[in-house]
Design a protein around this ligand. Sequence first.
Ligand code: SAM
Length: 436
Amino acid sequence: MHYYLWTIGCQMNFADSRKAAEELAQLGYQEANQPQDADLILLNTCVVRQNAEDKVVGRLTSLQGLKRRKPEIKLALMGCFVDEIPELQHRYPWVDAFIKPSDIPAVVELARQKDIQDFIPEFPVAQDHPPVSVGVPISYGCDHLCTYCIVRLRRGPEVSRPVDEIVSEVQDLARRGVKEVTLLGQNVDSYGHDLAGMDRGTAGSQWSPDLADLLEAVHQVEGLARIRFLTSHPVDMTERLIETAARLPKVCEHMEVPVQSGDDAVLRRMSRGYTVAEYRTLIARIRELMPGVGLATDVIVGFPGETEAQFEATYRLLEDLRFDMVHVAAYSPRPDTPAERLPDDVPPAEKERRRKALDQLQSDIAAKLNSGLLGQTVEVLIEGQRKGRWWGRTRTGKLVFFEDEADRHGHLAQVRITWTGPWSLIGAPAKAIDSQ
Ligand code: SAM
């Protein structure tokens, strides 16, 4: 039995797909490289912007012919595309199952329906090369009501997983050779607020764990070398969280703190809950407590009513704050969001001009920041090999390639940087600092 898995979207989707793939492997499935070789096709989808939704529809349409020729193949659609199921069934009758985001048990149930009991091996199928870095969802959904965002509508309000459950998953991953975990959520900084009613030990007191507590707990997992977390929300990032992240040696100096706009009026219309000045103060504090931190942010250009001056304010903010990475998106109206009711009055060509201007600015900034690493030795966790070169990331999240005869999979290595570009670095091994 074979499955074909196609994933687009956020890291949460990729984490869901990894879990689905693991479950399918336990059931005796192997991965197919193309849909026509599969018994089960799973499309894990995103609708955060119109172009992501278009890709999903394109994929679904292209699979219609295959389903006609081979109706025995099961086709399942999972993720944020899945909204009103009866309507989707009507529109895409060749799809066998619609599965809500993160509903892995539903994938398992569908895979079991394939009458494959004879194929289920007595022992779980062993994976040949365990992944080095894995995303671990710590909360599902989101409690913020950003006016442009469809995620809350598709994924629901925030639900945190209990600390013990997350820690035991990370322990299991570490036992299987995983060296780095990224704790994932739409907004990790508000982790735990819904886990009320736990006793901290002092008589009668009630306590909810927060992300700082979770970092402390995950930090104790043996065999784990690195911890990251994303995505943060500026409103929920506390001093305690920054201080804890800075203090714990396994927590990497790397944060993703979306700003979305450099103009207060636009931020208000987006319902982001902070001003540009408050955001600047937060970034300054992170940099103070975590010197050399790698910082990433998200920006939307062409939000309804965004004037040239408001766009320029965003441009200047990025110029000033000099992030390591900026994800720039052109605003895309999403069904049933409050912003959908505002006139989408920045023409597509102007959105594209603004997007390209920020991309160009960021490319120049990243090139300059990275050139400062030339000749320096950095710690790289090696995640795999691509075109004959090993690749991995620095603690600050930068992608590094280097050549080495030895098998370096999963090792922490010291790499001396010999070439830098805006998006990646090339180096040569200085020395291995651990051996598995
Ligand atoms: N929770 C984070 C935050 O603070 O916003 C990020 C998660 S969000 C799902 C991923 C990114 O997609 C956002 O940061 C935003 O830049 C972008 N995005 C969301 N809705 C969008 C829309 N309607 N049009 C364009 N970009 C959008």
